[in-house]
Design a protein around this ligand. Sequence first.
Ligand SMILES: Nc1ncnc2c1ncn2[C@@H]1O[C@H](COP(=O)(O)OP(=O)(O)OP(=O)(O)O)[C@@H](O)[C@H]1O
Ligand SMILES: [Mg+2]
Length: 101
Amino acid sequence: MAPLVAREREVEELLGGLEHARAGRGRLYVVVGEPGIGKTRLAHELATQAASSARILWGLCWEAGGAPPYWPWIQVLRDDNTFARWFDLEEDGDGTLSVTL
Ligand SMILES: Nc1ncnc2c1ncn2[C@@H]1O[C@H](COP(=O)(O)OP(=O)(O)OP(=O)(O)O)[C@@H](O)[C@H]1O
Ligand SMILES: [Mg+2]
């Protein structure tokens, strides 16, 4: 992947948020911008820099439409067995995901 350019301020702010989260003050960042402006690339940069000290979970929307309900969250739940244990997550043979809360 090509080096990230001209996003020092954004990366610094997001890494600051990570430090807050580590200190027990979690927060939500919403990255918005025009298509192709670099939102996903910025998220990758944060994930790369945080990977050695944090668990990174990805859930991506499906651009073409027709994705299953809650698709990004299903990916997150499937990505981490800890969540599966918390929520008593079961996947049927046909790929249907059942969650018992
Ligand atoms: N600051 C940057 N430095 C280097 N490359 C970048 C930067 N921002 C974006 N790119 C590159 O530009 C392309 C488009 O970026 P990206 O996919 O992150 O955009 P996006 O905002 O997530 O788009 P979309 O709205 O379609 O999801 C990618 O190849 C990405 O690596
Ligand atoms: Mg994107």
